[in-house]
Design a protein around this ligand. Sequence first.
Ligand SMILES: *Cc1c(COP(=O)(O)O)cnc(C)c1O
Length: 376
Amino acid sequence: MNPIQMVDLKVQYQHIQNEIDHALKSVMENTAFINGPEVKSFQEELQAHLDVKHVIACANGTDALQIAMMALDLQPGDEVITASFTYVATAEVIALLKLTPVLVDVDPHTFNIDPVAVEKAITSKTRAIVPVHLFGQCANMDAIMDIALKHDLFVIEDTAQAIGAKYTHQSGEVSSAGCIGHIGATSFFPSKNLGCYGDGGALFTNDDQLAERIRMIANHGQKIRYYHDIVGINSRLDSMQAAILRIKLRKLNDYTAARNKAASFYDHAFADCAQLTIPARAKNSTHVFHQYTLVTNGIDRFKLQEYLATKNIPSMVYYPVPLHMQKAYADVRYKEGDFPITEELCKHVISLPMHTELTEEQLQLIVSEVKAFLAL
Ligand SMILES: *Cc1c(COP(=O)(O)O)cnc(C)c1O
């Protein structure tokens, strides 16, 4: 049995090694390292896969969020509402652009932003909402889009953890995660569901004018070389990463299926454990299981983590500290107790190994060791 990893990129590479090595070699021979044909092809293929009009690649997921906010022309002092239970990048770019991050609590079952809390947080300064599709399933986008329409707000979907998830609207129409709001932002960090072998990111939009602004901002604010119409940044995906992503995109549906299979195995094993709550499935979204996250009940999760570590089973806590209690974001407006659901989750969640290469033997071992700990 291979050693158990949180994310096993090594075994995944072994399965696609010939294709990857061949693709990388041809990029090296071609030498179009930046903005080469691989980047263009990848963007087109991802557009088709997601059924979205524009995919614009950039350097990483954090840049994608920043470029989205710049493209929407958000101004210092504008308020942007996002979830208190997320990765720091979401709030970081809001603060970096001198916008005001307004945090709200999440749903206790799906861990995604609570639309009721969003609507309550709206003021005359609110300009945008950033739902994060946390751990692999979509936030309640029907409710969020209704609120945005009613209050004339932009919606930027942080899709870094949910590429490939499908959302079924009340109307019955199906959309890809990241292609519902005005702009979607995603990351191709190696451990993400569609990951490259370095940094990468992309923006999605169905709006032609926004797409043009996004392309310009990611490329120093220029449409014609050396004519800079707006202030931009330098944020690009390189051709080697695009070549890798093209190969992995063709396998994304299979990878998602493998993650779901592992999740079902865990679900089945832990369904009757009173000390563990298995992840809930959102009503209108498929789950792509970026993480498999349990909520513990009456046990010390760090002791569980230590116990598993002695059996060479890794586990992680995503995320131990809510945004409003991080030093960098500790705002006078917020204090401990303001977001009780987020705070409870931060105290009780634990994520188990989740990736595309988990074998039944590995899953069986993880499950029996978790159960052995619970029986101690
Ligand atoms: C990974 C991640 C990001 C940032 O992506 P990078 O490519 O690492 O910059 C943003 N938001 C969420 C929710 C993420 O998980």
